[in-house]
Design a protein around this ligand. Structure first.
Ligand SMILES: [Fe+2]
Length: 205
């Protein structure tokens, strides 16, 4: 095995590291930004004092980042044909922001967001999203370049690039760094909304 392969995370690690808490969040009023996007505009957009973001606010964040910071995003983004690629763009105590790329055929497994609200905007290419709210039907949406959606904490989904060209998208979640739940199929999503980790602790404690 080559050194490059040895340092690549396995698929399970790759899926988990997208969202799973790995670090303390910054103090309110502070923001950690990717070096390639440590710009006054992003520091303004990510609103370091803002704690709980609504789906509409998250959608506006990813929409503005994608439309106003297209150049820096294109400088940062990479596409790896062998496994999905991503980079953390920003983190505050209220929100996390990511840039993800999708080669043709790449996608997530079905998952919820651990009780966080979320959004994403398509930077280039197109994405298919199969999604479901608790006790609801499984639906499918196609998001083309420039599209933005925001969603509440009940949404579970599977996002895939089913096209023949590369895609990339900007994602935001609030509260940040909540552990997500994976499912083998969207039919397994339970009929009650996911609870945030701290709420579960309160219930069990
Ligand atoms: Fe997701």
């Amino acid at each position: 095995m080559s050194a490059v392969q040895q340092h690549r995370p396995d698929q399970r690690t790759a899926q988990l590291s997208e969202y799973t808490p790995t670090e303390p969040v910054p103090e309110p009023g502070e923001a950690e930004l990717h070096p390639g996007l440590d710009l006054p505009l992003l520091r303004d957009l990510i609103r370091p004092d803002h704690q709980l973001w609504t789906p509409r606010e998250l959608r506006e964040l990813t929409r503005l980042v994608t439309s106003e910071l297209t150049g820096p995003l294109l400088d940062v983004v990479r596409v790896d044909d062998e496994q999905r690629w991503w980079a953390k763009l920003g983190l505050t105590s209220g929100v996390e922001l990511w840039l993800l790329s999708w080669a043709p055929g790449q996608g997530t497994t079905p998952h919820d967001h651990g009780g966080a609200s979320g959004s994403f905007s398509v930077l280039f290419g197109a994405l298919r999203e199969d999604y479901r709210y608790p006790a609801g039907p499984i639906r499918t949406s196609h998001h083309d370049v420039g599209a933005s959606i925001g969603f509440g904490s009940g949404r579970a989904h599977q996002v895939r690039n089913v096209s023949s060209v590369n895609s990339a998208s900007v994602h935001a979640y609030s509260p940040p760094l909540l552990p997500v739940h994976y499912y083998s199929d969207l039919s397994e999503v339970p009929p009650v909304p996911p609870q945030r980790a701290h709420q579960q602790q309160k219930e069990h404690g």
